[in-house]
Design a protein around this ligand. Structure first.
Ligand code: NAP
Length: 358
């Protein structure tokens, strides 16, 4: 295989760390012999565990000498929970290193320069866009410190409705899309919904697929009045699944107290921006917002969305169905931003589109 195909393989391997390595990056590595054979594979599988490069190089053994190391992130150059990968790369006798993205972490960067200084050929940037999309949550942490990475996930009808006229949304999407969502949640620090969705659907918002997240996502309900009923499962299970309610500054004290007594972490914020900043300070680096339409619309209107996981299902719900986005200001075509398609794939009869704001 050529270097590009090896990078594609390394990106696939990196996904195996999803749900297990965050807040560290997903990383995959492949050792490519001079005649284009894959002689070693590795991936970062567990937070704090071994890095992809030493695993791939160990698998390659003597065949790493004179070979090319293809890796999705620049090899680290610092002693953290693991020794610097640059040491391991140098010791293995690799001739060339190809990485997709430079390491944004100021503590760990400088790997490429060190390796080049030791006479290795180093190239950075192969499949950079794909690698940046894969590690968007990790990269966001260094680019934007005010708020978490915010992704939307919605299952909609063909006419972009998230529930029928009676408010019923179970189930718009099919089983494989729902299985995908359990996998997706496992890689986020928190899963959020609007207050009305919490009341109408009482969703569990947990990751219940085969992938068991290292740290289960916390739940966040955006509910200005904080008058969620304590009979909701979401509230009753707050002792088992950490649950946050983001209320407005003028929510009634009695409501706040009632939820706090039920084990909910109640916070008050003056705006969506302040609420998101607060979540970030609470250690939430990534938030998956699963509706409803009013919360989603408010986030979009304020330009607070980084990614949209759109599950499009082959059915129509009509004009009285609940719109997927509410109250988003109109924009002329000439001035609107075109989002970038990161992924497009079939999930059973549904279609997944993953789109990033530019
Ligand atoms: N198919 C799907 O993927 C899917 C996903 C989720 C929900 N749903 C369906 O969608 C329906 C509910 O959606 P919805 O649009 O009616 O409601 P929603 O977005 O779930 O709830 C609106 C909530 O967000 C709060 N909110 C709105 N703007 C805010 C802001 N700027 N800052 C803080 N909080 C804000 C509102 O508070 P106030 O009302 O106090 O202002 C309200 O509690 C349900 O029928 C549900 O079944 C479908």
């Amino acid at each position: 295989v050529d270097e590009r195909a090896a990078m594609t393989l390394a990106l696939e391997l990196a996904w195996r760390g999803w749900g297990r390595v965050h807040p560290n990056p997903l990383v995959g590595a492949v050792v490519l012999s001079g005649d284009g054979r894959v002689v070693g594979e590795g991936w970062h599988a567990e937070f704090g565990g071994r890095h992809a490069e030493p695993i791939a190089l160990e698998a390659a053994g003597d065949r790493a000498r004179g070979a090319t190391l293809v890796v999705t992130l620049e090899p680290c150059n610092h002693q953290g929970k693991q020794p610097p990968c640059t040491d391991v790369v140098l010791a293995a006798g690799v001739r060339r290193v190809v990485a997709a993205v430079p390491d944004p972490n100021p503590d760990a960067s400088g790997g490429a320069a060190r390796l080049a200084g030791q006479g290795l050929e180093v190239r950075i940037g192969l499949e950079r866009e794909a690698a940046e999309a894969q590690n968007a949550i990790f990269l966001h942490r260094f680019r934007e410190t005010a708020r978490p990475f915010v992704a939307l996930k919605l299952a909609t009808s063909l006419d972009h409705r998230i529930a029928d006229a009676a408010g019923q949304s179970r189930w718009i999407s099919g089983e494989s899309a729902r299985a995908y969502v359990h996998w997706l949640r496992a890689g986020f620090d928190a899963v959020g919904v609007g207050g009305r969705t919490a009341r109408v659907d009482d969703p569990s918002l947990t990751a219940r697929g085969p992938l068991v997240p290292r740290v289960p996502p916390r739940r966040v309900v955006f509910d200005p009045s904080a008058d969620l009923g304590t009979e909701l499962d979401l509230v009753r299970t707050a002792h088992e699944v950490p649950t946050i309610v983001l209320a407005s500054v003028d929510a009634r004290t009695a409501n706040l107290r009632r939820l706090a007594l039920a084990g909910v972490a109640v916070h008050q914020a003056g705006s969506l921006e302040d609420g998101l900043a607060l979540l970030r300070r609470e250690g939430i680096g990534s938030l998956l917002v699963e509706g409803g339409g009013r919360l989603v619309g408010a986030l979009l209107a304020r330009d607070l969305v980084d990614r949209y996981y759109w599950v499009q299902s082959p059915l129509w719900l009509g004009d009285r169905g609940v719109p997927a986005t509410a109250d988003v200001p109109s924009v002329p075509i000439a001035r609107t931003d075109r989002w970038k398609v990161v992924e497009r794939r079939a999930l059973g009869e549904d279609t997944l589109l993953v789109l990033d704001r530019r």
